[in-house]
Write a protein that binds this ligand. Structure first.
Ligand SMILES: [Zn+2]
Length: 659
C-alpha cells in the first residue's frame, strides 16, 4: 500500500471544527485558570533572570494550538489505549506491567498537553495516573511501584507532579514530595544513585528546588547538594571535552549518551543556583560550544544515534534528546536570561522536533537525519542503534521515545512567556499564544500574541487589563533579526538591537498593542565538509524530495511507515562565485492546517542547483558529503526548499558549486 499519512482534506475540516467546538465548550471549566504569579527562588538560592509561570498561565493559540490538538488526537492522546507499556497493567497504576520510566515519561507530556488544551478526556487520564501515585505512597515515603528500587523514574514523576500541582493546586502534592525527599535523604547512603540516576541528577534537583521555594525547608538544599555530589560531573566533561568524533560502535557510555546530554544541558545552570559561582554559568557555554563544534547539525540539535555521532549530516539524533534539550534550554533561559538560548530553543523546536514526527502525530522516528534521503529498515552507520531507527511509527528501535516524545510541544508552549523579577512579563520564544498572569503588585493581565511566527515576520501583542497598570514588558529580539522593530500603538520605539532583550516599561491600558517586526532574510550557514544550509529566521530549509509512504506494519491504530524518494536529491546549490551566496526566491503560502507538512508548508524558497551524479546512496543514507566547492556539468535547475519540519525526506546540508 502506498499513501501518505497526512490528514485528508475532509478529515481536516471535521477535526478542526470538532476540536474547536470541544475546546470552546471546555474553556470555562478546564482551561481558563485564574491568573497566578510566579514563585521566585528563596534565599540563599540565586535569583532567576526570569521565573517560569505556573502551568496554564501560557495557553497556545493559532497554529500552535492546532499542533497540540493534533497531538491529542494522535499518539499522545491514545497511546495508553493500546500500547501495553503505559496501559492498564502499568506498575504506575498498581499493575504488574512496566514499572520503570515509561509511565512517568508519558505523563511528563500528557500533563501539560491535557491542561494546555483543556481536553477533559486527557485530564481524566492524567487524574487516573496521578491519583494512583498520590494515593499509594508507602508509609516510609517511597513513591511509585513498590518493587521498583531505581531512583531515576521518580525524577520524572516528580517533574510530573510539580506541573500537575501548578495546574490544579492539588494540596496532596507538596506533602507527598516532602515525605519522599525525607525518605531519600535517609536512604541515599545505603541505596546510592545507579546508572541513569547518576547522569540525570539535575532533573531531580529541579524538583527539590521547586519544593524548597514553596516550603523554605533548608534540608532540601542539603539533599540537592548530595545529589550533585553523587551525580556525574558534567562540568568536568565539558571543561576538558574529549569526545570529538563519532562514538565507536560498542564503546558508547552514559557520558556520551545523547539523551543524557540533552538533559544535562541544564546541569550547570541549575547547579549555579546553589553556588552562585560564575564558572558554573560559563560551563553551559562550554557544553554548547563543544557539542556545536564536534557534533552540531543544521537542524539545531547535536548528533547522537545513540551516542555522540559527529558532524556528518547522515548521522542521526534520537527524539528523546530533542525534547530533553528543549526542556533544558527552557530551564536555562529562565535561570540565565540569555536571549541566544531562546534562538537555540526555537531552532530545535521549529526544526528538529517537527522534522521527526509525522504530520498527524501518529508516528515518530527514533533517529532523524539532517540529510535523510530514505526512511527504511536497514543497517545504517549509526554509532549504536538498530535497523528500524529512522522509520516513522509507534516504537522504532526502542520505546523510550514512544513514551517521552509528548512533552516537546506542550512544554515549549508553556514556556514562551515568563515573569520578570520586577513584576513584568517576558517573551523568551515566539509563537501564537496568550499569557494570563499577575503583574506589578498583583494586577491580572492577559496578553494575546497573534502571529504566524516562525513562518511570518510579524508578531502582535494585544494587552487586556481591567485597570491601567505599569509593568515592564521584556521582548527577546532574535540574534538573526537585523532591522527588527518594536512599536507601541503604532509608534516606533528606539534602540532595538538583535540578540538582546528589549524592555518596554510604561503604563499599559486595555487594548494597547505592541507590534514586532523581525525581518527574515534568507542566509546560508556552513556545516560539515563546507556544506551550506539555508535558513530564514528560526527555520532551516530542506530540499523537497518526492515521498512514497509505504505501509510496513500496523499496531492497533498506529502505523509504521517506510518512506522512499521518488525524485532526485543529489543537488549542489549554485552560488555566486563573488559573494559565495546562492540567490533565493521566497514565496509565502497560506499557513496550512498542519504547517509542518508538505501540503501545509507556509513558505517555499526557490534556489538554483545542479545535480551531482557521483553523490549516491551508500548504506541506505546519502553517501559521503562531497567537500565543497564541487564542480558539476549538469544543467542548472530550480529546486524548491520547504521548512525542515515539513520535509520528512530531505537534504539540509548541501554541497555548493560556483560554476
Ligand atoms: Zn528515546
Amino acid at each position: 500500500m502506498m499513501r501518505t499519512p497526512f490528514i485528508s482534506g475532509r478529515t481536516v475540516c471535521e477535526l478542526t471544527f470538532l476540536g474547536w467546538l470541544a475546546f470552546s465548550l471546555m474553556a470555562p471549566r478546564g482551561f481558563a485558570a485564574q491568573p497566578a504569579g510566579a514563585t521566585p527562588n528563596r534565599a540563599p538560592l540565586q535569583a532567576n533572570a526570569f521565573n517560569m509561570l505556573p502551568l496554564t498561565s501560557v495557553k497556545p493559540a493559532g497554529w500552535l494550538l492546532r499542533e497540540l490538538q493534533i497531538q491529542a488526537n494522535g499518539l499522545s492522546g491514545h497511546l495508553d489505549e493500546f500500547w501495553p507499556d503505559v496501559g492498564p497493567a502499568s506498575g504506575w497504576l498498581g499493575g504488574t506491567g512496566e514499572s520503570w520510566e515509561r509511565g512517568p515519561y508519558f505523563l511528563d507530556g500528557l500533563v501539560p498537553l491535557a491542561y494546555l488544551t483543556g481536553d477533559e478526556r486527557l485530564i481524566a487520564k492524567v487524574k487516573k495516573w496521578v491519583d494512583w501515585t498520590l494515593e499509594n505512597q508507602q508509609p516510609d515515603g517511597w513513591i511509585g511501584p513498590a518493587r521498583m528500587t531505581d531512583w531515576w523514574p521518580n525524577y520524572v514523576m516528580l517533574k510530573v507532579l510539580t506541573q500537575y500541582q501548578e495546574a490544579t493546586g492539588d494540596p496532596r502534592v507538596i506533602p507527598l514530595m516532602q515525605r519522599y525527599f525525607a525518605f531519600q535523604a535517609r536512604h541515599l547512603d545505603e541505596r546510592p544513585l545507579q546508572k541513569w540516576a547518576i547522569f540525570r541528577w539535575h532533573d531531580e534537583v529541579l524538583s527539590i528546588l521547586w519544593l524548597y521555594n514553596r516550603t523554605g525547608d533548608k534540608s532540601l538544599l542539603d539533599l540537592a547538594r548530595r545529589m550533585q555530589h553523587l551525580g556525574h560531573d558534567w562540568e568536568a566533561q565539558f571543561a576538558d571535552f574529549r569526545y570529538t568524533g563519532k562514538t565507536v560502535k560498542g564503546e558508547g557510555t552514559l557520558a556520551d549518551h545523547g539523551v543524557n546530554n540533552g538533559m544535562a544541558m541544564k546541569a550547570a545552570a541549575v547547579w549555579w543556583l546553589l553556588t552562585g559561582d560564575a564558572k558554573d554559568r560559563q560551563n553551559l557555554y562550554q557544553m554548547l560550544a563543544a557539542l556545536d563544534r564536534f557534533h552540531g547539525q543544521p537542524n539545531g540539535i547535536f548528533s547522537a544515534d545513540e551516542h555522540y555521532a559527529g558532524l556528518d549530516p547522515s548521522q542521526g539524533t534520537e527524539l528523546c534528546a530533542v525534547v530533553e534539550a528543549m526542556f533544558s534550554l527552557e530551564t536555562d533561559i529562565s535561570i540565565l536570561g540569555d536571549p541566544a538560548l531562546g534562538d537555540r530553543l526555537e531552532k530545535i523546536a521549529y526544526n528538529a522536533l517537527p522534522g521527526t514526527l509525522t504530520a498527524d502525530a501518529w508516528g515518530h522516528q527514533y533517529d532523524q537525519q539532517a540529510n535523510q534521503v530514505m526512511v527504511s529498515v536497514a543497517n545504517r552507520r549509526w554509532s549504536t542503534n538498530g535497523p528500524d531507527s529512522n522509520i516513522f511509527g509507534l516504537e522504532p528501535n526502542y520505546g523510550c521515545c514512544t513514551a517521552n516524545m509528548h512533552q516537546g510541544w506542550p512544554k515549549f508552549a508553556a514556556h514562551l512567556w515568563m515573569a520578570t523579577p520586577d513584576g513584568g512579563l517576558a517573551v523568551v520564544a515566539y509563537g501564537p499564544s496568550e499569557v494570563s498572569a499577575l503583574v506589578a503588585n498583583g494586577v491580572p493581565v492577559s496578553i494575546a500574541e497573534t502571529t504566524d511566527y516562525p513562518f511570518r515576520e510579524g508578531v502582535n501583542l494585544g494587552v487586556k487589563t481591567s485597570q491601567a497598570v505599569k509593568f515592564p514588558l521584556v521582548l527577546r529580539i532574535p540574534g538573526w533579526a537585523a532591522g527588527a522593530t518594536v512599536g507601541v500603538n503604532g509608534a516606533a520605539l528606539e534602540g532595538v538591537k538583535p540578540g538582546e532583550f528589549y524592555r518596554v516599561e510604561r503604563e499599559w491600558h486595555n487594548g494597547d498593542s505592541v507590534e514586532l517586526h523581525f525581518p527574515m532574510r534568507v542566509v546560508n550557514s556552513t556545516w560539515y565538509n563546507n556544506s551550506l544550509a539555508v535558513e530564514r529566521g528560526p527555520l532551516v530549509f530542506s530540499l523537497t524530495i518526492g515521498e512514497s509512504w509505504s505501509h510496513l506494519r500496523q499496531t492497533g491504530p498506529a502505523t509504521d511507515w517506510e518512506v522512499f524518494p521518488t525524485t532526485p536529491w543529489n543537488y549542489a546549490l549554485v552560488v555566486d562565485p563573488k559573494t559565495a551566496v546562492p540567490s533565493f526566491t521566497v514565496t509565502e503560502l497560506p499557513v496550512g492546517h498542519q504547517p509542518f507538512s508538505l501540503e501545509g508548508a507556509p513558505v517555499e524558497i526557490a534556489v538554483k542547483a545542479r545535480r551531482l551524479p557521483a553523490w549516491q546512496i551508500e548504506d541506505d543514507s546519502a553517501g559521503p558529503l562531497p567537500v565543497s566547492p564541487v564542480t558539476s556539468k549538469q544543467p542548472v535547475e530550480t529546486i524548491s526548499l520547504v521548512p525542515y519540519g515539513a520535509a520528512k525526506l530531505r537534504i539540509t546540508a548541501f554541497p555548493f558549486t560556483q560554476n
